[in-house]
Design a protein around this ligand. Sequence first.
Ligand code: NDP
Ligand code: ZN
Length: 184
Amino acid sequence: MSYALVLQAAVFAAAKHTGQHRKDANRSPYINHPLEVAAVLATEAGIEDERVLAAALLHDTVEDTDTTPAELEAAFGPEIAGFVAEVTDDKGLPKAQRKDLQVSHAPHLSPQAKLIKLADKICNVRDITYRPPANWPLTRRIEYLDWTERVIAGCRGTNAQMERIYDETLAAARRTLQGLNGCT
Ligand code: NDP
Ligand code: ZN
């Protein structure tokens, strides 16, 4: 594995996400999220493909920063830039339509992009459960979990370990949110 490539992607993503925060109450640094997505792939599923790990680190740069696809291609080559493009929403579309398109596009993603999508949803389910966006009511958090399940349905058949981690993460998240529901 090329550690240099993976570290180069981490440095690039950290620079691009400078000053950005996640939506949790503590406003965690945004870069924590791409690092967690790459770490799920490497440490929880044993993925060693440096192109997948680099693309995981870069997966939100085009969607959420001023990074262009051409810039990624120049820095990391067409393959990695292509994986990032596959998991990037069209920001010109309304949010609701973007969410529907993630569901309908998922089955057509490359196996590498499906791995990144699985890792992204695992991390976002954990965030929604344990570090939720400030001011989201429980119903919205539960709806978000349901939507990830519909996206992931289209990513199955690629990596059994990643699917198992997603399923376990989702089940634990639902138990936790149902517990909160019982308290209110
Ligand atoms: P958003 O897409 O606005 O926010 C969720 C996204 O924020 C995640 O996918 C993640 O994306 C990112 N994110 C950043 N920080 C966190 C965090 N701490 N925890 C989890 N995710 C985080 O929200 P929705 O998914 O709800 O999409 C908007 C849709 O919701 C619209 O269609 C709108 O109409 C609808 N809506 C629903 C409401 C409701 O109460 N049900 C209320 C208002 C709107 P990433 O991994 O890319 O960073
Ligand atoms: Zn993400």
